[in-house]
Design a protein around this ligand. Structure first.
Ligand SMILES: Nc1ncnc2c1ncn2[C@@H]1O[C@H](COP(=O)(O)OP(=O)(O)OP(=O)(O)O)[C@@H](O)[C@H]1O
Ligand code: SF4
Ligand SMILES: [Mg+2]
Length: 329
């Protein structure tokens, strides 16, 4: 039997009460076992809604279409007890701010072992496992007795990662996991996530606004705009030879360590207001290549000729595919 993907999102459409259009509109995304997939895009594009969707954590009143399969099981239709089991086992989440995840009045050891103890694991065995995982994330057992306020933010994020691994997850969701940390600690935490992903064979969905980081650590990248995946493919290919004007604009507007000295240009305008309906391409109002076709007909994601596994939803991506084509944004 073949192993199912750690996460497979198929045609996910999510509509909130009173909204003029879906906030997620036909999202397709797969994370294979042991694979790192980055999800990038401007603020409000739907990255967190997508990653929280994998845990079945959706805003009140949300109406969904499509499927979100974790290790082959659809979280959108799973009964509450299956969802609970999923959230304490096969899928785990590391959020931006570790201090918001932990109760300041409980010892770190209790936080680490509570899920295992609730699942019937003997306290001594749970503590043994927690100690082993703390070691794996570079911390020693003395942390078990500490309260969150007694350790640094970087140490606490390691604790949260160790806690995420307690249930032996097939999927780790990391939503801006290092934004609250200083630069050196950020690099250490990312290196740790990548190492753990390799040794534990955990699929990692990595939400970030840091394109350098996405390029450095991910196997594949999905670029999101206004609730849609506009481009996806191998990270190296997407960042070196983007096929969607939004990806090009995002790269041009981001200071990048890998391309120092380049001209930075802000993307003109703003993403479309989620309260207004859309016709055509969501990026049309900001796109230098927009034509009447773009404004009238939403582009479907298509695979680029000769670029395996690289898709873009743009009527004119062939113009970007031509070597040497320059897009002035
Ligand atoms: N609980 C909610 N209720 C209503 N609207 C929401 C809710 N959560 C998200 N949204 C809306 O859905 C859209 C996508 O939000 P989301 O948080 O996924 O964006 P994001 O890409 O993670 O942005 P950021 O980079 O700022 O974290 C936004 O327009 C946001 O206002
Ligand atoms: S479909 Fe048209 S408007 Fe949309 S990104 Fe492509 S060229 Fe620009
Ligand atoms: Mg977010």
């Amino acid at each position: 039997m073949t192993t199912p993907p750690a996460l497979e999102i198929r045609g996910l459409r999510l509509t909130l009460p009173g909204a003029a259009r879906p906030v997620l509109d036909g999202v397709d995304l797969t994370v294979g076992p042991g694979e790192t997939v980055a999800l990038v895009g401007e603020s409000g594009s739907g990255k967190s809604l997508t990653s929280r969707g994998a845990l079945g954590l959706l805003p009140a009143g949300a109406v969904t279409e499509g499927a979100v399969l974790v290790d082959g099981e659809d979280v959108l239709t799973a009964p509450p007890d299956r969802l609970r089991a999923l959230r304490t086992g096969r899928v785990a989440m590391v959020f931006q701010d570790p201090r918001a995840t932990l109760n300041p009045l409980r010892r770190i050891g209790d936080f680490l072992t509570e899920g295992a103890r609730a699942a019937g694991v003997e306290p001594a065995a749970a503590t043994d496992r927690a100690t082993g995982l703390l070691r794996a994330v570079g911390l020693d057992a003395s942390v078990l007795a500490a309260y969150p306020g007694q350790v640094s933010g970087g140490m606490l994020q390691r604790v949260v990662i160790a806690a995420a691994l307690m249930g032996d997850p097939v999927l780790l969701l990391a939503d801006e996991p290092t934004t609250a940390l200083d630069v050196i600690t950020q690099a250490e935490v990312i290196a740790l996530l990548v190492r753990l992903r390799e040794s534990f064979r955990t699929g990692l969905l990595f939400v970030t606004h840091d394109l350098d980081l996405a390029a450095a650590v991910s196997d594949r990248v999905h670029v999101m705009y206004a609730g849609r995946i506009v481009e996806s493919g191998p990270a190296e290919d997407v960042f070196a030879r983007p096929l969607h004007p939004y990806t090009t604009a995002l790269l041009a507007s981001t200071p990048r360590l890998t391309a120092p000295g380049g001209r930075l240009s802000a993307i003109p305008g703003r993403p479309p207001d989620p309260r207004t309906p859309l016709t055509g391409c969501a990026f049309a109002a900001r796109c230098p290549l927009a034509t009447d076709t773009c404004r009238e007909t939403p582009p479907e994601a298509r695979r680029a000729p000769g670029r395996p596994d690289h898709h873009a939803a743009c009527h004119h991506s062939a113009r970007l595919a031509d070597e040497g084509a320059v897009l002035d944004v």
